[in-house]
Design a protein around this ligand. Structure first.
Ligand code: G1P
Length: 276
């Protein structure tokens, strides 16, 4: 059973400056909820109850969001606005939040390694909150991946097809399709130029990792941009055993870019209006 979900949330969010100068990018709203709340909801839906968040300086708003604000609760009690807090209150009631800081930005692999203190030795999920995933008519991406983990018991990355000219933005995999949408990985490259990309199957910000990943990260050398890349660590793991890639069902929005952020906002706005 996968009970813990890790959220690397220490990055600066420079693509959203100046709004991210004093506010964590994970707290950017899509309609009335911050990005990270969508990720936590997806994890809870997949049966997880412990949210392990890797923060950094200037990220206090995340901790405050997943806590009670007594002053606000007092002010709003009995008013017509009280129902607006119901959803977040319920969510807080369903899980425990744990935190540790990544002191220096040394890459996603390093951020995940910092999570070892919060995860211990058990398989866990990873959500990059700026990849917002919605599967309107079915289960969320993490639920889909947990089912796959139950079957194969190995690390899994979520993938999607991207236009070949965009491979430089992603980790890209190569592998053999062993069942529909499931690939056994033989190669992974972090952010290759299109001419060097082994395919157009790009990793998105959802992972299920077996706990042996921590030892493998420790033995992985810094890669692209001098940072410790989880893609490289997973490639090392794939050489020792099996790592799968899963073409998920649903929509994914790159909310780390202004275009993707606006698209996600419009998509959810239309869903909400359409649903009324
Ligand atoms: C990270 C990973 C990359 C992955 C991407 C998905 O990159 O390093 O392999 O494809 O997330 O969003 P980042 O977008 O943080 O630069």
């Amino acid at each position: 059973m996968i009970k813990k979900c890790l959220f690397p949330a220490a990055g600066y969010g420079t693509r959203f400056l100046p709004v991210t100068k004093a506010m964590p990018k994970e707290m950017l709203p899509i309609l009335t909820k911050p990005l990270i709340q969508y990720g936590v909801e997806e994890a809870v839906e997949a049966g997880m109850d412990t949210m392990a968040i890797i923060t950094g300086r200037g990220k206090r708003a995340i901790e405050d969001h997943f806590d009670i604000s007594y002053e606000l609760e007092h002010q709003i009690k009995g008013s017509s606005k009280e129902h607006l807090l119901t959803e977040i209150r319920d969510l807080i009631g369903k899980c425990t939040f744990t935190y540790t800081r990544q002191v220096e930005m040394k890459g996603l692999g390093d951020a995940i390694l910092k999570g070892n203190a919060l995860i211990g030795s058990e398989p866990f999920a990873v959500v990059l909150a700026d990849d917002l995933c919605i599967n309107q008519n079915g289960e969320g991406v993490l639920s889909q991946m947990v089912k796959l983990y139950d079957k194969y018991k190995c690390s899994i990355v979520a993938i999607m097809e991207v236009p070949k000219e965009e491979t430089y933005k992603y980790g890209v995999i190569e592998g053999k399709e062993i069942e529909e949408g499931v690939y056994m990985i033989s190669n992974m490259v972090e952010k290759p130029e299109p001419q060097d990309a082994p395919s157009n199957l790009a990793i998105i910000g959802r992972y299920i990792l077996s706990d042996d990943i921590f030892e493998v990260i420790k033995d992985t050398k810094p890669g692209k941009n001098g940072e410790l890349q989880i893609t490289d660590a997973l490639m090392n793991l794939a050489q020792k055993g099996m790592v799968l890639a899963y073409r998920f069902k649903g929509e994914r929005f790159d909310c780390g870019s202004v275009d993707g952020y606006v698209e996600a906002t419009n998509y959810l706005y239309d869903l909400e209006k359409g649903g009324k």
